[in-house]
Ligand binder design. Structure first.
Ligand code: CA
Length: 240
């Protein structure tokens, strides 16, 4: 047993707060994040988490949703309503939690679903920090992937600077892909995460909407078809 815990070495990538009541998972994350060059503080409940964010000003919070007492969603809601936009990477155990995160538009920057590999989580955290770097102020105003820019607050989309009229669902679908750029979603995932459907729903619905979005964005469309898997938004995508 070492007590590496006690000596906060100078972290090169900043301090990450891990909020997780399961001590084994917290330790696993701690080890992996340290190995990846982050400083780490951990806590096991929501009230402590709010204190710790205020006190430590971490570069990001890894926030388990299933916490005793105040759950992770409530922690995030309180942070945002106090004007704190520290990037949050949610850890969820269930699909319905994913729906709640997406639906509430809490300014959650990403999420991983249990069981996850620590390596995946560290990679996601790196992505969150790259995307949110320099956006200390409220509301990630605009989001761009390649030649397409969206403004989630005003629900507007632009392709090469030209305003594009999207339906509500088209906008939500495009925004979901763009918020998670380069991540490949299956049709089933998109139906569940954008439409909120589960079970036997016609996955062709997704293809139809993707086709409509592409039609409207034209050559600027960042949506990539990943054959046999689904779709992603990719800044490198040039055509179709
Ligand atoms: Ca938990």
């Amino acid at each position: 047993m070492t007590s590496s815990e006690a000596a906060p070495a100078t972290p090169t990538k900043g301090l990450v707060l891990v909020v997780e009541d399961d001590a084994a998972i917290r330790d696993l994350l701690r080890r992996n994040l340290r190995a990846a060059g982050y400083g780490v503080q951990g806590c096991g409940d929501g009230t402590e988490a709010l204190d710790a964010v205020a006190r430590l000003a971490p570069v990001a919070v890894i926030l388990d949703i299933g916490l005793p007492g105040m759950d992770g969603i409530e922690v995030c809601r309180r942070l945002r309503s106090s004007g704190d936009w520290t990037p949050v990477l949610f850890v969820t155990a269930r699909d319905d939690e994913v729906d709640r995160i997406v639906g509430l538009e809490l300014g959650a920057d990403d999420y991983v679903t249990k069981p996850f590999s620590p390596r995946e989580l560290v990679a996601r955290l790196g992505g969150v920090l790259r995307r949110t770097r320099g956006t200390a102020a409220p509301a990630p105003a605009q989001l761009s992937v390649g030649r397409v820019v969206i403004d989630p607050g005003e629900r507007r989309a632009y392709a090469d600077g030209r305003p594009v009229n999207l339906t509500t669902t088209e906008f939500d679908l495009l925004a979901h892909l763009m918020r998670n750029q380069r991540r490949v979603f299956s049709r089933e995932q998109l139906l569940s995460e954008v439409w909120g459907y589960s079970g036997d729903v016609e996955t062709r619905t997704v293809d139809v909407h993707i086709a409509q979005i592409r039609g409207k964005l034209g050559q600027a469309s960042p949506i990539r078809t990943v054959r046999g898997v689904g779709y992603s938004a990719d800044p490198a995508e040039r055509t179709e």
